[in-house]
Design a protein around this ligand. Structure first.
Ligand code: PSU
Ligand code: MN
Length: 309
């Protein structure tokens, strides 16, 4: 178990107990709560995701910075308060230290959650979709810091593929360049967030949590620095066909460009517009896929736990 030196960090009661007993833990991000979904569905989802991890035999550790303290696991009242803080900052690698040093409050993205999870000795993390290369990145240079983080921080991240608002082929190219394994779970094609499948073949495929856990351990043995991206398809019942979601994504992208939305605001803007344009259907799918990812992440964490002994 790694301690976090020189840093004001606090583990939730539940996470502290799990670490003391060496039980499996799954890290969860908080940007999806503050910037990815509206209240109160964000809070309901956060609770549902935590319960999904518990039911699958692991302990959830939702990560956030509250008034300058890094929290590894939130108590119920802290989770509820964070879900009602529209002013919370969106913290990626570049922002976290400043937020901690100045007593700020912020939610962690995939990149920042990976950093915090690794510092706290947690090896598996579940989210909805990672950030990636945005469409038009050849002009905007908008490439999420999540990709660099996967290249350097040894955490296995379970997501439903890259968000379909991105340029998926370019995202795959960058991940390949960075040496990040992209593993589709149980199918050959790369899932595309709201859609279970896409026309893009996944670079790797694994069918069992044990294999993903074993690959995670082998990477450590090889002293490879980064993590793994596990792309877990949304359950069929909740999948939205690409032909249905694609025109909506196109409209949201057009509006973002017309309104000059840039930098950190792009992803939250697009997600919000897509929720509105699908009249909530995309939100229901988003909730289903995060829970599905939490369950697989818990299975991987349990597999890693039994390999330790
Ligand atoms: N997945 C979701 N909703 C989200 C995000 C991912 O379903 O809100 C967040 C994650 O925290 C991810 C971030 O790290 O969006 C990426 O933002 P950007 O593209 O600005 O790097
Ligand atoms: Mn960006």
């Amino acid at each position: 178990m790694t301690a976090i030196p020189l840093l004001h960090a606090r583990r939730s009661t539940e996470v502290a107990a799990a670490q003391a007993a060496e039980r499996p833990i799954v890290a969860l991000e908080s940007t999806i709560i503050t910037h990815g979904m509206p209240y109160p569905q964000n809070l309901e989802t956060a609770r549902l995701v935590e319960d999904t991890v518990r039911k699958a035999g692991a302990t959830p550790a939702t990560i956030a910075v509250l008034e300058g303290t890094l929290h590894i696991g939130l108590e119920a009242d802290q989770l509820s308060a964070l879900a009602q803080r529209p002013d919370a900052a969106k913290l990626s690698r570049a922002d976290m230290a400043i937020c901690l040093a100045t007593g700020g409050t912020g939610a962690t993205t995939v990149a920042a959650t990976m950093i915090a999870a690794h510092a706290a000795g947690i090896e598996v993390f579940a989210t909805g979709g990672i950030g990636g290369v945005h469409r038009g990145a050849e002009l905007s240079f908008d490439v999420s810091a999540d990709l660099q983080e996967l290249a350097q921080t040894p955490v296995t991240v379970v997501a439903a593929g890259a968000k379909a608002i991105l340029d998926i082929p370019k995202t795959l190219e960058v991940l390949e360049t960075l040496g990040v394994p992209v593993i589709a779970y149980g199918q050959d094609s790369l899932p595309a967030f709201w859609s279970a499948t896409s026309q893009h073949p996944a670079p790797q495929r694994l069918d069992h949590p044990d294999q993903i856990a074993a690959a995670h351990r082998v990477r450590a043995t090889l002293e490879l620095p980064g993590g793994q991206l596990v792309a877990n398809p949304v359950p069929q019942a909740h999948s939205i066909a690409q032909e249905v979601i694609e025109p909506i994504i196109a409209q949201a992208l057009q509006e973002a460009s017309a309104q000059n939305i840039t930098a950190k605001a792009v992803t939250p803007f697009l997600l919000k517009r897509i929720f509105e344009l699908t009249e909530g259907r995309s939100l229901a799918t988003n909730i289903a896929l995060v829970c599905n990812n939490a369950q697989l992440a818990a299975q991987i964490a349990c597999a890693l736990g039994s390999m330790k002994m």
